[in-house]
Design a protein around this ligand. Structure first.
Ligand SMILES: [Zn+2]
Ligand SMILES: [Zn+2]
Length: 138
């Protein structure tokens, strides 16, 4: 039986296990982001992210955040485990009620079902983009 791609609980954490989380709500949306910030934060061609409500999420352990500017002027914050460095989460001052998790942090990343791609214009030729997800940024 495959588990739902949109309904919680979703559990996950960092590579060393110091940070753990559990989201009991619905996934609001899931996508790939090819912006340069995500490339640098993940070390790959893009970030694969799912968004949930902060008040439906429990986090244990310390997440360290660094601040980054954003195209629309709202500050964004990228969170990682200070022990193992795993990229975990992004937040934006524009939608403070929302948490954007990096999908590799999930205990079962196969539940990720991306619906669109953003910052496709920053994507590299070597990074595959599913034509079904391609198109103007939402
Ligand atoms: Zn860790
Ligand atoms: Zn990005």
């Amino acid at each position: 039986m495959s588990r739902s791609t949109t309904s919680g609980p979703f559990t996950g954490g960092c590579a060393c296990g110091a940070v753990r989380y559990r989201c009991d709500g619905e996934v609001e949306f899931a996508f790939h982001c090819h912006c340069r910030k995500c490339q640098r934060a993940t070390g790959g061609g893009h970030a694969s992210i799912f968004a949930v409500q902060r008040d439906e999420t429990e986090i244990s352990g310390e997440i360290k955040y660094y601040e980054q500017g954003s195209d629309n002027g709202a500050k964004t914050y990228t969170g990682f485990c200070p022990t193992c460095g795993s990229p975990l989460i992004s937040k934006t001052a524009r939608f403070p009620e929302r948490l954007y998790w990096h999908v590799a942090s999930l205990d079962d990343p196969s539940r990720f079902a991306p619906k669109f791609v953003v910052y496709e214009e920053s994507a590299h030729a070597w990074d595959y983009i599913d034509p079904a997800l391609s198109g103007p940024s939402k």
